[in-house]
Design a protein around this ligand. Structure first.
Ligand code: PMP
Length: 287
């Protein structure tokens, strides 16, 4: 059976899932998206993802043509059409069709696309042994440009960093902000652990405020682990006892090397493992 893709209220076969070349999402990366997970038939942290999508739309002045409830129902409908109870969901809203010019107000009908897929971003080995990352020379977009809190379809900033990681033989790229502080990775948020305490960059450090990041903050509170949202530099990463990344696709992945420096003893640390297992329980509980 061919994968069913949702486009503007219709479920079509993958081969027929097409949008116009005049869509400003295609022409300019003008649109927004979310990456969600469905575990055991329930979309994880649905409200948080939907709220973030609506916030992204607000800043970019995109009028989403359906209600939050209708959008949620459309995702469940797409999952059901594909018979998936565990899947990754890509929800996209583009500015819609317009002219070749930049004028967003000539685009009258934003397009909604939902793609569901079975996904495992990294192999099981990486979760057991950790990944190596490298600092990209491409800095994260400053907040007074397109704020990284907007999850826009224009991911060139992140893609440039990811290309650097590829040529460095690393799985991910660490991105700094214009102040030189650590921001996040190209597609994940970052946490470090030092002397039993966790730290993650604050939301004004030019990051996407990750849904998984916020779940980890909740888990830390539940487990009585101290975790602060505070600015830090690469020096803090190099000298950390542990480091891990979070994201809806990656979930929680240990980092054991940064720019050639070994983190801790070069293996995923005890706090990372505790949170990784708590995350698994959290997902089951929530599903
Ligand atoms: N930062 C960036 C740049 C991302 O693209 C993502 C999502 N892939 C994240 C962080 C993690 O966000 P979330 O936990 O909401 O998936």
């Amino acid at each position: 059976m061919s994968l069913k893709v949702y486009i503007n209220g219709r479920l079509v076969d993958r081969e027929d899932a097409k949008v116009s070349v005049f869509d400003h999402g295609f022409l300019f990366g003008d649109g927004i998206f979310e990456g969600l997970r469905c575990y055991n038939g329930k979309i994880f942290r649905l409200k948080q993802h939907i709220d973030r999508l609506w916030d992204s739309a607000k800043t970019l002045d995109i009028q989403i043509p359906v209600s939050k409830e209708e959008m949620s129902a459309a995702m469940y409908q797409t999952l059901e059409a594909n018979g998936f109870s565990d899947a990754y969901i890509r929800l996209i809203v583009t500015r819609g069709e317009g002219t070749l010019g930049l004028d967003a107000h000539l685009c009258k009908d934003p397009a909604i696309v939902i793609i569901v897929q079975k996904l495992s971003l990294y192999s099981a080995d990486f979760y057991d042994q950790g990944i190596k990352i490298v600092t990209a020379s491409t800095i994260r977009t400053p907040s007074d440009s397109v704020n990284p809190r907007v999850k826009s379809l224009n991911y060139l900033n992140n893609i440039m960093a990811k290309i650097e990681a590829y040529y460095a033989g690393c799985e991910e790229a660490l991105m700094l902000n214009h102040k030189g502080d650590v921001a996040e990775c190209s597609g994940d948020n970052i946490f470090i652990v030092k002397n039993g305490k966790l730290k993650t960059p604050p939301t004004d450090a030019c990051i996407l405020e990750g849904v998984t990041r916020n779940v980890v903050l909740e888990i830390c509170e539940e487990l009585g682990l101290e975790c602060v949202e505070a600015a830090f530099t690469r020096h803090d990463v190099y000298t950390a006892d542990e480091c891990f990344l979070t994201g809806s696709a990656a979930e929680l992945i240990p980092v054991v090397g940064v720019d050639g420096r070994v983190i801790g003893d070069g293996k995923p640390g005890p706090i990372t493992k505790t949170i990784l297992s708590a995350f698994g329980d959290f997902v089951k509980k929530d599903a």
